[in-house]
Design a protein around this ligand. Structure first.
Ligand code: DX5
Ligand code: ZN
Length: 228
């Protein structure tokens, strides 16, 4: 099986005035990658940060941590080159935000980043499917994008199961309301890249939460490989 369990804390709900040290803290607690939420106030009703912040973060945390950029922006084409230059590793854009996903996928690859494709809760997985063989990761949102700390939408799980059945080696990420209470559903459905914001960041023991999430997902992956 090509994919493995990976846990990527979302630093949205951390103390944003200490973003560098928060990222280091998450990596020290066993995070596999960092999920960085970019919001432009248009695609979602909230604003976070852009490529200048990513450039500073990269300098501060070094070359090692993998930056998965969750681009909740209206014109994702605009930020491909700046994000690549700033040190992003993966550019995850929303299908709803572009009229030409094929061209955007090509531009992201040419700039040297991996390609993630995200869908909001109202977007069907059939709309994502035509691109699945050209991307590195599919992100199934499990809340409406825009804010941390929302309730996990369990009814998104059939999308994950369908994707897993159709694309057995694709990286599938879930994002929104994921933590110890909802991880079993995600793992069982076939997600392997797990974004967790408030459940990890606000925990007294983030290391244990990250380890728990990874164990549940790794066990589900193992079970699936035995069942095949
Ligand atoms: C929501 C963001 C998420 C969010 C996750 O729009 O894309 O990454 O920060 O935070 P929790 O896990 O608290 O829902
Ligand atoms: Zn996100």
């Amino acid at each position: 099986m090509a994919y493995s369990a990976k846990i990527g804390p979302s630093i949205l709900s951390s103390d944003l005035s200490c973003l560098g040290s928060e990222c280091v803290r998450m990596m020290d607690c066993g995070a596999d990658y960092l999920h960085l939420d970019v919001m432009d106030g248009h695609f979602v009703p909230n604003i976070t940060f852009g490529h200048p912040m990513v450039e500073c973060l990269r300098k501060s945390v070094g070359q090692e941590p993998f930056f998965d950029m969750h681009m909740m922006v209206s014109r994702p084409e605009q930020w491909v080159k700046p994000m690549s230059a700033a040190g992003a590793n993966q550019y995850t854009f929303h299908l709803e935000a572009t009229t030409n996903p094929g061209n955007l996928i090509k531009e992201i690859r040419e700039s040297g980043m991996k390609v993630g494709l995200a869908i909001k809760p109202g977007t069907t997985v059939e709309e994502l499917a035509p691109w699945a063989n050209q991307i590195d990761m599919a992100l199934v949102m499990t809340v409406e994008p825009g804010f941390g700390g929302q309730k996990f939408l369990e009814d998104m799980m059939p999308k994950v199961s369908w994707l897993r059945s159709q694309f057995p080696s694709l990286d599938i990420e879930v994002d929104g309301g994921v933590g110890p209470d909802s991880i079993h559903k995600c793992a069982e459905a076939g997600a392997n890249m797990i974004v967790s914001g408030s459940a990890v960041i606000s925990s007294d023991d983030p290391r244990s939460v990250i380890a728990l999430l990874r164990t549940v997902v790794a066990e589900a992956i193992q079970k699936r490989s035995l069942d095949r």
